[in-house]
Design a protein around this ligand. Sequence first.
Ligand SMILES: Cc1cc2nc3c(=O)[nH]c(=O)nc-3n(C[C@H](O)[C@H](O)[C@H](O)COP(=O)(O)OP(=O)(O)OC[C@H]3O[C@@H](n4cnc5c(N)ncnc54)[C@H](O)[C@@H]3O)c2cc1C
Length: 398
Amino acid sequence: MSEMVYDAVVIGGGPAGATAARALALAGRSVLLMERGGRIKPCGGAIPPRLLADFDIPQSLLVARARAARMVAPSGRAVDMPVGEIGYVGMVDREDFDEWLRERARHSGAERLTATFEKIARDDAPHPIVIFRRSRGAPLERVRARVVIGADGARSAVAKQCLPGAERVPCVFAYHEIIRSPQVSSDAFDGSRCDVFYQGRLSPDFYAWVFPHGETASIGVGSANKGFSLRGAIATMRADLGLDRCETLRREGAPIPLKPLKRWDNGADVIVAGDAAGIVAPASGEGIYYAMVGGQMVAEAAAAFLATGDARHLHQARKRFMQEHGTVFMVLGIMQYFWYSTDKRRERFVTMCDDKDVQELTWQAYMHKRLVRAKPMAHLKIFLKDTAHLLGLRAATR
Ligand SMILES: Cc1cc2nc3c(=O)[nH]c(=O)nc-3n(C[C@H](O)[C@H](O)[C@H](O)COP(=O)(O)OP(=O)(O)OC[C@H]3O[C@@H](n4cnc5c(N)ncnc54)[C@H](O)[C@@H]3O)c2cc1C
C-alpha cells in the first residue's frame, strides 16, 4: 500500500500553527496539525482588536477588555494612558484561545494529532519525514509531508534542526504568576487597566506587568539577564501592590524571542512561523498577533510552493512580513535598547508617556499595527520632544 503524504505537516498548535493549518486546509490542502498538548502556554494574553477583526475571532473569547494602561516609573510616579474611543486591549486565556483556534483549524479540514515532534528525517524519496511520539515512551512514528511548517514556539526544535543560526536567537525570559483577582478594584489593581512597571529593581532590561483577566490576573516580568531573580521580582511586586494575599493559581515561565530569524525556510521544504521564526515585537513582547499574521503568510507561501513546486515561493513569507512590520520592529528594538537601560531613562520614558500626542499615536500603532502617517505634525512634535528627552534637555519630571 502506498504511503500517505500530507501536503503539509504543521508542528505546534499555538496561534501561528493553528492559523497556518487552517489557511492551508481552507486552500484545499491536506494538513496534519501536530500539537504535544498538556501545557498551557505561559502568556499575558493581551491582544489588539485588530487581531479579532483580521482573524475573525469572536468577542466571546475575551475574558476582559482593558481601557487604559498605567505606566509606572522608577520613582513610583504613575502615568495613566486611557485608550479612548478607538478601542481596548483584549485579554484572552491561552488555554481556551489556543484550543479554539485548533478546533477551528479542524473544522476547516485540518487533521489534529496529539503528539510530540522529535525530528525530521530524509530518505531516497522526495519528501521529508516527520518523526514523532504520541506520548512519552511510546514508539517513534513517522509521517511524510510535501512541506513541514515549524510553529513549535521559542527555541523551536524544527528551526534548530533545519535553519543554521536558529539556536542563537536572543531571548528575554518571561515569568508570570496567575492569581485570583481581588474582588474589588482599587488604586493598586483595576480590572479594566493594564499596569506596566518600568523599574530597574523589577526588571533590569525589560518590564513587569499586571494584566487583568476577569476572575484571574497575570502578574509577570521579563528579563534577558540570567542572574536576575524573576520570581523575586514578582514577590516584591505582589507585596508592594497588596496582591500577595491573593491565591496563586499557576506559576510558569517561557522565553520570548526578540529577533526575527534571517531565514525562515531551508530553501526546499521546511519553513517556520511565529515564535519559531523569532517574530515577537521588541519592547512590548507582543507575539500573538504577529504569530497569526506570520502563520497566515507562511501558509500562503507554502500554498504557492505546493502549487508550483518552486521552493523560492517560501522566501516570500519572511519578505512580506518584514515589509509590513519590519519598521515597527526596528523602532521598538531601538526603544527597548535605549529606554529600558537605566532608571534615569525609564523615568524620562514614563514622563514622555504623559504626552497626549504620544498616547494617541501609541494606541493607534497598537490598535492598527502600523505607524500611523495621518498626522505628520504630531509625529514631528513627538520626534522633537523625543530628541529633547534623549538629550536630557527636558526635566525628568514635570
Ligand atoms: C510570560 C509571557 C507573557 C507573554 N505575554 C504576551 C501578551 O500579553 N501578548 C502577546 O501578544 N504576546 C505575549 N507573549 C508572547 C506570545 O505568548 C507568543 O509570541 C505567542 O504565543 C507565539 O505563538 P506561536 O504559535 O508562535 O508559539 P506558541 O504559542 O509557543 O505555540 C507553540 C506550540 O507548539 C507546541 N510544541 C512545541 N514543541 C512541540 C513539539 N516538539 N511537538 C509538538 N508540539 C510542540 C507547544 O505545545 C505550543 O502549543 C508572552 C510570552 C510569555 C512567555
